[in-house]
Design a protein around this ligand. Structure first.
Ligand code: SAM
Length: 472
């Protein structure tokens, strides 16, 4: 039976409820008065539940999609302004005991070269990332209790936080590793991680079990209930995601929103972020083998729908997507992107060569971080390297409270400007720097509180004279 408050996967991601929702959505997708009611609710910025979102998703009327897009753009501006937070993934190890049929790390793949970073390698990799200007990393690893036990992950996190660089340390490490125990989540919390990210891959249990035929990841319930164990272990920022292309997208979107509703119902706080990866070509993997691929149009619709359904949740798009697709999705609600990414183990220190096949998937956007920063500013976004909330303890419901209070413009906005100024001073090319100074001058005026504005102006000046790490 469907019960969002239950801690049992089969009750909070209830198959019968998803099927019923989709049937309801099919029956009502042309019901104009219901569609207007749902859009009006979304316009009040209170979010939508999975049933309401499903009706909009299945509606094929272009005028409705256009209205959704308009709302998504407005909600994104109201809650996130024009800031885009930048991060980079860091692949620690591609050893894996699982059999995920879409992932090149799968245990039976004998062509891939298996690699695991030593602590010395990590220093080199992270230094290369710091040399580009990154302050926020997402560490990634396959699941292998022998090669990548929790002690290895914890050691890596500790190494990363303690690397001294002339321009300052890595300030936030997010973690994307396989589902684990409450005790191990507690250890990750104690190690000072930012968000714990785990993609569900698919919410459809039967498909999930086929796509994960062997290894610990085969256990759907254990995987689906992971965020509850993470929260019980003290991690209050968790990141959800679906790997689009594995199952049919309406099922996935309903499941994803049910998961968010469940976290809110049980823990009082929804997901911190939602990632929307699409399956990509990789060593031993051909995306055409999976028949649920989605077009760019549907992808954009899903993005806008997530934005209006969960207005306070950040949304992440990686370099799996091309520059053109990223440009299309950014205004529809994306708040974080990766830049200058390498998806092979050790790929930052020693650039990937054509015969290096250790990458997790092909990267579509291969531009440098400087190019990504300039490109964002050319489109009127503010690239942000901010990590202030996490460092000030504004996580979980405290972050959501800030978001809901409307004080973001006096807090996140100046923090974005401060961290952008650091990037411009320490890393940017002359062209990026010149454009950045214009952006800062203009955006300073957008800080509503006079005192905060004056203080930010002082910080921006002092950064040019060598000071670092100011924050509100
Ligand atoms: N091993 C951890 C786990 O099981 O969750 C971390 C996973 S992996 C390093 C990060 C994510 O990459 C996976 O959750 C999956 O969604 C995604 N991924 C795997 N193969 C992919 C492919 N061929 N194309 C795009 N994304 C892929």
């Amino acid at each position: 039976m469907y019960n969002p408050q239950s801690l049992r996967a089969e009750e909070f991601i209830n198959h019968a409820e998803i099927l019923d929702t989709l049937e309801y959505a099919r029956a009502h997708k042309n019901d104009t008065s219901l569609l207007s009611e749902i859009l009006a609710k979304a316009a009040r910025r209170k979010g939508l539940n999975h049933r309401e979102a499903a009706v909009l998703l299945l509606c094929e009327d272009d005028a409705v999609t256009e209205q959704m897009n308009r709302l998504a753009r407005q909600i994104k501006l109201d809650f996130y302004g024009s800031r885009i937070v930048i991060f980079a993934p860091l692949y620690l190890s591609n050893y894996c005991v699982n059999g995920c049929t879409y992932c090149p790390y799968h245990a039976k793949n004998k062509h891939i070269s298996r690699k695991k970073l030593s602590q010395e390698d990590i220093v080199r990799e992270v230094t290369a990332l710091q040399d580009m200007g990154h302050k926020r990393l997402a560490i990634e690893a396959g699941e292998d209790p022998l090669h990548n036990p929790i002690s290895y992950i914890l050691e890596c996190i500790d190494t990363i936080y303690h690397i001294h660089h002339k321009n300052g340390a890595i300030r936030r490490v997010n973690v994307n590793i396989a589902a684990t125990t409450e005790e191990e989540y507690h250890m990750l919390k104690e190690a000072g991680i930012g968000t714990y990210i785990l993609f569900q891959e698919t919410y459809h249990k039967e498909s999930y079990e086929k796509l994960h035929p062997t290894g610990p990841k085969h256990n759907y319930d254990y995987h689906t209930e992971a965020m509850d164990r993470a929260m019980a272990g003290g991690i209050d920022d968790v990141g959800l995601g679906v790997l689009f292309g594995l199952e049919n997208y309406p099922y996935e979107l309903v499941g994803l929103l049910m998961h968010a509703e469940h976290l809110e119902a049980v823990h009082g706080v929804g997901p911190h972020t939602i990632s929307i990866p699409r399956i990509k070509k990789a060593e031993d993997i051909n995306p055409d083998d999976f028949d649920n691929g989605i077009s760019d149009d549907i992808f954009a619709k899903i993005c806008a729908l997530i934005r209006i359904s969960v207005p306070y949740t950040g949304m992440i798009i990686s370099t799996r997507e091309s520059q053109a697709v990223r440009e299309r999705l950014l205004p529809l609600g994306i708040s974080q992107i990766s830049g200058g990414s390498r998806t092979s183990v050790g790929g930052y220190d020693i650039p990937e060569t054509p015969d290096d096949n250790s990458a997790q998937f092909d990267v579509s956007d291969r531009r440098s971080l400087d190019e990504v920063v300039r490109w964002l500013m050319e489109m009127d976004y503010i690239p942000s390297f901010c990590t202030a909330c996490y460092r000030a303890g504004r996580t979980g419901d405290r972050f959501m409270a800030l978001c809901k209070s409307g004080q973001i413009q006096n807090c996140c906005h100046p923090n974005a400007l401060i961290t952008l100024q650091e990037f411009l001073a320490d890393y940017a090319s002359p062209e990026t720097r010149a454009l950045g100074q214009e952006v800062l001058k203009r955006q300073l005026l957008e800080i509503p509180n006079e005192n905060v504005r004056a203080k930010t102006e002082t910080y921006l000046r002092e950064i040019l004279q060598g000071a670092r790490d100011f924050r509100f």
